[in-house]
Design a binder for this molecule. Structure first.
Ligand code: PLP
Length: 394
C-alpha cells in the first residue's frame, strides 16, 4: 500500500529494529535451551536472567524473580485470575473485576464463575474511571481477588490503581492490574502502586508479538497455569523463549528512555485530533472526556449517525487504519462492552471510532485522517435515513 496512516497502535505496534537486533543472536548462534547445563544452555540462562532483571527494574519490582515471562497480555491475565483465585487448591470465594476489562480478564472471570467462585463486576462511572468508593461497596468478607485495569484500551482512561489496591488490601484481598496498555507509555511502578500482580504485553510497546510478563509480588501464591518442565520457578512451564524475553526487556527499556519526550508529544497530537474532530464533525463527542487522567495515545470518538465499521472501511480505502472498539477481537458487530459500561447508549456505541497514536504518528497523519474523516461522515450520514432522528434525540 503506498500511503498508510497507522492510527491503531493500541491494537499492535511494529517491532522496533533495535529490538529485533537485540533478539537476533538468540535465534541462531545463541540458541541454547536455558535449562541445559552445558555452556550453550548456561549462556541462554544468563541472557534470560539478565532480561528478567531489566524487566523487573523497568516495572519497579523489588526482586527480579517477581517477573514471570509469558506469551503476552492474554496469558498473563488468564494466569493471574485463575492462578491467584485457585492458589492452594481453593475452589470457592468471591472475585471482583471491573465491567470494562479486556476479555482476557472477563472470560476467565466468567469461567471461574462457572467453577465454584462468585464473581461481581464493578462498573466504571461515565467518566470512564472505576472509583475506589464503588469498589469498596462491592467488597465482601470472602473477596479473595480484585482485578481492575490500569488503563482502558478503548477509551484511554487511567484508573487510580494505588487507591483501588488499598481498598482490596484493607479487606484482605489480592489486587491484580492489567497494564498491557500502560507500562512503558506512562509511569508505572508496581511498588508505588502496591499491586500484587500485573500483566504486560510486548507487542503493544514495539516488542515482538507473543511476548510479555506477569509480575507476581514475592510471597503471593499462584497455581501454575502451564505445567510441565517447571520453568519460571514452576510458575510457567515451557522451554524459555529467550529471544522473546530479550526483545520484551529491550522494548520496555526503550519505552522508558523515550517516555519523557513521547508523552507530551503524543498528548499534543491527541489533543489536536480532538479539537479538529470536535470542530469539523458536527455532534461528535469524546467518550469519557471528563476523565482527568488519561493515556496520551488513545482517544475514542462517538460520531452519531455514522456507523463505526462503515467509517473504518471507508478510511481503510483511503489508507488509514483505525479501530471501532466494537468488533476488534471477534469480528462481531456487537457494540463495545466498554462504551456500554460507561453508559453510552447502544445506538451511539455503534458510531464509535478509536484512534491510537504511536512513535510514527505525525501531525500530518492526524490532519490527513481528519481531512478524510469529514467527507466520510457526511456521506454516511446523508445515506442514513435515521440521521435526523438520531441527532434530534441527542
Ligand atoms: C488491556 C489489554 N489487556 C490484554 C490484552 C491482550 O494482550 P495480548 O495481545 O498480548 O495477548 C490487550 C490487547 O489488546 C489489552 O489491550
Amino acid at each position: 500500500m503506498d500511503h498508510t496512516v497507522y492510527l491503531d497502535h493500541a491494537a499492535t505496534t511494529p517491532t522496533d529494529p533495535r529490538v529485533v537486533e537485540a533478539m537476533l543472536p538468540f535465534f541462531t548462534e545463541r540458541f541454547g535451551n536455558a535449562n541445559s547445563l552445558y555452556a550453550l544452555g548456561r549462556d541462554a540462562a544468563s541472557a534470560l536472567e539478565d532480561a528478567r532483571e531489566r524487566v523487573a527494574r523497568a516495572i519497579g519490582a523489588a526482586r527480579a524473580d517477581e517477573a514471570v515471562f509469558t506469551s503476552g497480555g492474554t496469558e498473563s491475565d488468564n494466569a493471574a485470575l485463575i492462578g491467584l483465585a485457585t492458589a492452594g487448591g481453593r475452589n470457592r470465594g468471591h472475585l471482583i473485576v471491573s465491567s470494562f476489562e479486556h476479555h482476557a480478564i472477563l472470560a476467565p472471570a466468567e469461567w471461574l464463575g462457572k467453577h465454584g467462585f462468585q464473581v461481581s463486576e464493578v462498573a466504571p462511572r461515565t467518566d470512564g474511571v472505576v472509583h475506589p468508593e464503588d469498589l469498596a461497596s462491592a467488597m465482601r468478607d470472602d473477596t479473595v481477588l480484585v482485578s481492575v485495569m490500569h488503563g482502558n484500551n478503548e477509551i484511554g482512561t487511567l484508573m487510580p490503581v494505588a487507591e483501588l489496591a488499598k481498598v482490596a488490601h484493607d479487606r484482605g484481598a489480592l489486587f491484580h492490574t492489567d497494564a498491557a496498555q500502560t507500562a512503558g507509555k506512562v509511569p508505572f511502578d508496581v511498588e508505588a502502586l502496591g499491586v500484587d500482580a500485573a500483566s504486560f504485553s510486548g507487542h503493544k510497546i514495539y516488542g515482538p508479538k507473543g511476548t510479555g510478563a506477569l509480575y507476581l509480588r514475592r510471597g503471593v501464591r499462584m497455581a501454575p497455569y502451564l505445567m510441565g518442565g517447571g520453568q519460571e520457578s514452576k510458575r510457567r512451564s515451557g522451554t524459555s523463549n529467550v529471544a522473546g524475553a530479550v526483545g520484551f526487556a529491550t522494548a520496555l527499556e526503550l519505552m522508558l528512555a523515550e517516555q519523557a519526550d513521547e508523552m507530551p508529544r503524543l498528548t499534543a497530537l491527541r489533543d489536536h485530533a480532538i479539537d479538529a474532530v470536535l470542530a469539523r464533525v458536527p455532534y461528535a463527542r469524546v467518550n469519557a472526556a471528563e476523565a482527568r487522567d488519561r493515556l496520551p495515545h488513545i482517544v475514542n470518538f462517538t460520531i452519531p449517525g455514522a456507523e463505526g465499521e462503515a467509517m473504518l472501511l471507508h478510511l481503510d480505502a483511503a489508507g488509514i487504519a483505525v479501530s471501532t472498539g466494537s468488533a476488534c477481537s471477534s469480528g462481531s458487530l456487537k457494540p463495545s462492552h466498554v462504551l456500554l459500561a460507561i453508559g453510552c447508549p447502544v445506538e451511539l456505541a455503534h458510531g464509535s471510532l478509536r484512534i491510537s497514536l504511536g512513535r510514527s504518528t505525525t501531525q500530518d497523519d492526524i490532519d490527513y485522517f481528519i481531512d478524510r474523516l469529514v467527507p466520510v461522515v457526511e456521506r454516511l450520514r446523508s445515506m442514513n435515513p435515521l440521521y435526523d432522528k438520531t441527532v434530534a434525540a441527542l
